[in-house]
Design a protein around this ligand. Sequence first.
Ligand SMILES: [Zn+2]
Length: 377
Amino acid sequence: MPVWVRGAEEAWLSGPLFRSQKLAITALGNSASTGTQGIEGEIAYFESFDALVAAPDAQIKGKIVFVDHKMQPTQDGSGYGYYGRGRFTGPNVAAKKGAIAIVIRSIGTDNHRNPHTGVTNFEAGVKPIPAGAISNPDADQLVRLWRRPMPARSDAPPLIKMKLILTPQNLGTKQSGNVIADVPGRDPTASPVIIACHLDSWDLGTGAIDDAAGCGIITAAATHVMSAGQPRRTIRILWAGAEEVGVFGGKAYFDAHGKEKHAVALESDFGADRVWRVDFKLPDSAKALSDRIAAAVMPFGVVRGKQPASGGADIGALVQAGVPAIDLAQDGTRYFDIHHTPDDTLDKVDPAQLRQNVVVWTAVLAILANSSDTELP
Ligand SMILES: [Zn+2]
C-alpha cells in the first residue's frame, strides 16, 4: 500500500476587519505538503462541488479553494456519495484548475469542532496540492466572514485570506495484509459464504465504528454459527487491510481468490447501529431462500428492501464479478457525525444496537451457511 502520514496541521483566517481566527483542520489522505512555513492565499469560495467543477480556471488560479455544501444525514447513508465528491475528487479538480490548495467543509453531519479526514485521489499527471477539511462550525464561520459586504474601494485588500500549514509525507510503498479465517464446512464440495470487514482505520480516532464494530459483528456471528454445529458450507471471514486508503485488501483478495466460486458475499462496514433493512442480489433460484431470510430477521425490526444489494468496498470486486450479495443495511443517521474523526471511539458504540447486529447477522449467516447448491452457486 502507498503510505501517507500526517504532519502538522494548522490554519487561520485573516483579514483587515477581524483578528486572526484559528480553524479546526485536518489533512485529507494523499494531501501534498505546504512546507513548514505554510502558504497564504485568497479564498475562492464555491457553494458546492458542482460549482467548483463549473468555475473557470481564472476564478481559481493561485487561490485556496473552499468547497461548502453541508452534508445532510440520511438513514441509509446515501448522502455520502453525493456530498463526498467534494473530498473524493474536489482536490483533483482544484489542482487541475491551478489552485494552490483546497480546503473543504468536512464530509460530516455533526456540529462539533472535529474535522473529518478521509482519502482523496489525484489523477496520474496531476500534481497534488495541499488538501484539508475544516469542521462544520469553522466552515460556518468562514462562510459568515465571506458573505460580509465588500468595501467599495477597488484597491481594498481582500476581506478574507487563509494561512495553511499541512506537512504530511509520502513514505512510499509498504506491506499491509489481509487476515483470512475459515470456519470449515462439512461439505467440501460446497462453495463458501464470504463475510468481510476492514482492520485499518483513520488515524485521528481509534476506529471503533469504522470498522472495528463491523469486524466484531461478523466474527461474533461466525462464532455463534460454528458453536451451533458445523455448517454445510465454509464461512470465510475476510478481515481486510488497507481499505481506507483505496481498498487495497479487497483488491488483493480478489486477485488471489476472485476465480474461486463463492456462494454469496456480505460486508459489515457502517458502524454499530441497528440493522433496519435487508437487500438481496441473488440468483432466481434463491427466491425461497430470500423469503426465509426476510422472515428470520423480521422479528428484530428489519424490513425487506426493494433495491438490489450492492455489497461493500472489500467485497465490491467479487460482487462486480457476479458473486451474489446480501446487504444488512444499518441505520446511518448518526454515522457521519463520527466517521473519520477523533470521536470514533468505543464509547460511541451502543451495546444494545451492537447486539441486534450480531443477532441479525447470526440468523442470516446460519441460513446461508446451510443453504443448498440448488439455491446458491
Ligand atoms: Zn470503513
